[in-house]
Design a protein around this ligand. Structure first.
Ligand SMILES: *[C@@H]1O[C@H](CO)[C@@H](O)[C@H](O)[C@H]1NC(C)=O
Length: 228
């Protein structure tokens, strides 16, 4: 069986939440060939692990500051990013306009037949919604940010916001609720895409029991908020 090679992107919006990026990226990448090659898995199982190449995407090549952690050096721009299989978008300020060129980048990406899925974490979905590519889709986001947006009259009502789940999948769009829900989304993504034995051993290494989409204890945040 030929080795599966995946090109994954991380969209670096200014001021993005570090855990939104680090959690899902590191969780997913833990299933890659170099990461699991030292584990007690049969060679036939190891052979099923994909090679993952991560690309760090921004408007330019100026390092991007997140909420905490080290500066992240982008290594491609909206114009130079290689073709992607998957793109992870961590949350940033939901009310900031997307950087110049970002909406076009996202619109081209989503219709590319070789592009497989967008993984939106926390307010990443509210930012990406500005490009119009989430219109009509069921999408999760940070619930407190959705509430604030609804109360300020700033909620993008073309999107079917889902307030009672930790994550949801609609077509090519995988989206999570606030911050830590991104790790549950990454765990579900891994369960669906990677070999079950690899997924099981990575679950043990992470010592994490992924939360199901429901019940979602944080759905209370949106009780009584009109999101339709
Ligand atoms: C970005 O850096 C990673 C290594 O951290 C590398 O694998 C990848 O090919 C680089 N992407 C580009 C577009 O240079």
């Amino acid at each position: 069986m030929p080795t599966q090679t995946l090109n994954l992107g991380l969209l670096l919006l200014p001021g993005y939440q570090w855990l939104d990026a680090a959690g899902p990226v590191d969780y997913i990448n833990s299933h890659s060939r170099p990461m699991i090659s030292h584990l007690p898995l049969a060679p036939t199982v190891l052979d099923k692990a994909p090679i993952m190449t991560w690309h760090y995407i921004s408007k330019g090549l100026t390092p991007i500051r997140s909420t905490s952690g080290p500066l992240q050096q982008p290594n491609c721009t909206f114009d130079t990013c290689p073709p992607l299989d998957y793109l992870v978008v961590p949350g940033a300020d939901a009310f900031e306009p997307l950087p110049e060129g970002c909406a076009d980048f996202l619109r081209k990406l989503i219709v590319d037949p070789t592009f497989k899925a967008l993984l939106l974490v926390c307010t990443g979905s509210m930012s990406v919604a500005q490009a119009g590519i989430l219109d009509g889709l069921n999408v999760c986001s940070n619930k407190l940010s959705l509430k604030i947006a609804a109360e300020k009259g700033l909620l993008n009502r073309k999107v079917k916001w889902v307030g009672d789940r930790r994550w949801i999948v609609d077509g090519k769009v995988w989206s999570a609720g606030g911050v830590t829900a991104g790790i549950d989304l990454a765990a579900e993504f891994s369960r669906v895409h990677f070999d079950p034995q690899i997924v099981a051993i990575i679950g043990d290494i992470m010592e994490y029991e992924p939360n199901p989409a429901q019940p979602d204890p944080f759905s209370r945040i949106l009780d009584g908020v009109d999101m339709a």
